[in-house]
Design a protein around this ligand. Structure first.
Ligand code: UD1
Ligand code: UDP
Length: 425
């Protein structure tokens, strides 16, 4: 008698709102969409488990998300279009919560997947909880144990941990943090961070891992310099070509956008950048300026038109990865870039008071500077010297603390098993 085949479909609703969520959920979406493996039921009948993946954009980010959807080939089924200029956190939370209610009522998924610690992730998880829908949390367990650093992300992720049913922790340390908060060990899985998968996906498309080439041969990368009007009324329409970037002797790549740094912190970061280029004449800064108006006001006021400082619009992932690999040094307050630095072997000065990614510091690739201009300047100049002498490269460790690039597959497999089994790492 022919074996009977039962088929089971698991409906997964993946919710994303911002640039890093698209990057870090792209490998999970790919694994879910490719995951059609048959599994034995142990009764002589086989059970085919497949996923139906629904993608919902909250629209927390707009221009900053579109190129990322394109490069990863993600086609959203829903777009809640919540973004407003200079948006208030409470109002943003309310708009996502209201929008998610309608999507959940129509789709009734088995699982809702969120990533990280944004307002979109928290509000979507809360909406799913109200509908008694199971929640999977990608990049669970990151902590600084400081309520206002980063703000509001530290509280967002703690709340998500207490709403979630499955916790996909990127590292062993993240797992320990969850255990410390009373999360049941059977619900936590160490998968690695999906950012490593995303980096590999892009490098596979555009260049060799460990090589130098990222752009397609012959392609000229053109970066639009930041266009918004400066406070003095000047408008920059200049373009920075790939050829010009190639001539830069010491490239320093900068990003900054954290809410807790608005005000004196952001001004100090700008002061430090000015001091570094003043002291190191062969250094040039490329700073893709985040679209948050609060960031742009401060950065334009202090840095627009300064020699050897290029303020450019936010960059697509391929161009940004190219610049990270080309850079002698990164100055950043970004979470994702702290994880990418060890993957690419570039030193990063973290311009924040705390970090939830101490693994990058332990790996000898990142240094926590706070926002004090003296500390940032001192560390930056010291690291530029270490890079020039080769000392930095000689000290690099081989093993990437953030994973092996297979986190997305592990997450899909765990969802398929309904959260049983433990991937070894
Ligand atoms: C958000 C996340 C932060 C994450 C960051 C990634 C929260 C509370 N914060 O911060 O954790 O590190 O994204 O970049 O979830 N804007 C645009 N176009 C865009 C994106 C933003 O114009 O494509 C402007 C809008 O005026 C918007 C403002 O930036 O109101 C702030 O955006 P928001 O998502 O609230 O905060 P981020 O600082 O981007
Ligand atoms: N990034 C990018 N272009 C840019 C700046 C950043 O592609 O102009 C990428 C970066 O490589 C990282 C992610 O965006 O993967 C980080 O986003 P962001 O710093 O906005 O958010 P965070 O990680 O701090 O939440």
């Amino acid at each position: 008698m022919a074996a009977q085949t039962k088929s089971q479909t698991i409906k997964v609703l993946v919710v994303m709102g911002t640039r890093p969520e698209v990057i870090k959920l792209a490998p999970v979406i790919e694994a879910l969409q490719n995951g059609k493996k048959a599994g034995a039921s142990g009764t002589g009948k086989s059970c085919k488990v497949r996923f139906k993946t629904i993608i919902c954009l909250t629209g927390q980010h707009r221009e900053m998300v579109e190129p990322f959807l394109k490069i990863f080939g993600i086609k959203p089924d829903y777009d809640l279009r919540v973004m407003q200029p200079d948006q208030h956190l409470g109002e943003l939370t309310g708009r996502v919560l209201a929008g998610m209610k309608k999507v959940l009522e129509v789709e009734k998924p088995d699982w809702l997947l969120v990533q990280g610690d944004t307002t979109s992730a928290l509000a979507a998880a809360l909406a799913a909880f109200y509908h008694r829908i199971k929640i999977g949390h990608v990049e669970a367990g990151l902590r600084t144990d400081d309520k206002y650093n980063p703000f509001p992300e530290e509280i967002n992720r703690r709340l998500i941990s207490h709403l979630a049913d499955l916790h996909f922790a990127p590292t062993g340390l993240a797992r320990k943090n969850l255990l410390r908060e009373g999360i049941s060990p059977e619900r936590i899985f160490v998968t690695g961070n999906t950012v490593v998968d995303a980096l590999k996906m892009i490098l596979k498309k555009t260049g060799r891992v460990g090589g130098v080439q990222v752009a397609v041969p012959g392609e000229v990368l053109r970066i639009q310099e930041a266009r918004k009007e400066s406070p003095t009324g000047a408008v920059s329409t200049a373009k920075l070509s790939f050829a010009e970037i190639k001539k830069i002797k010491k490239l320093i790549l900068v990003t900054a956008h954290r809410r807790e740094s608005f005000g004196p912190g952001m001004e100090n970061i700008c002061r430090a950048i000015l001091r570094v280029v003043e002291s190191e004449k062969s250094a040039e800064v490329i700073f893709p300026v985040h679209l948050n108006p609060a960031v742009r006001r401060a950065v334009f006021q202090h840095l627009l038109g300064r020699p050897r400082i290029h303020l450019v619009e936010p960059l697509d992932y391929v161009t940004f990865i190219h610049l990270m690999r080309r850079a002698s040094l990164i100055l950043t307050d970004s979470g994702g870039i702290q994880e990418e630095a060890p993957s690419l072997g570039v030193p990063a000065v973290v311009m924040r008071e705390t970090t939830e990614r101490p693994e990058a510091i332990q790996a000898g690739v990142a240094w926590l500077a706070g926002t004090d201009p003296d500390t940032i300047t001192r560390l930056a100049l010291r690291l530029l010297k270490k890079v020039e002498s080769g000392e930095f490269r000689r000290g690099l460790r081989r093993r990437n603390p953030f994973g092996d690039g297979r986190a997305g597959q592990r997450i899909a497999l765990l969802l398929k098993r309904g959260g049983s089994g433990r991937p070894r790492r």
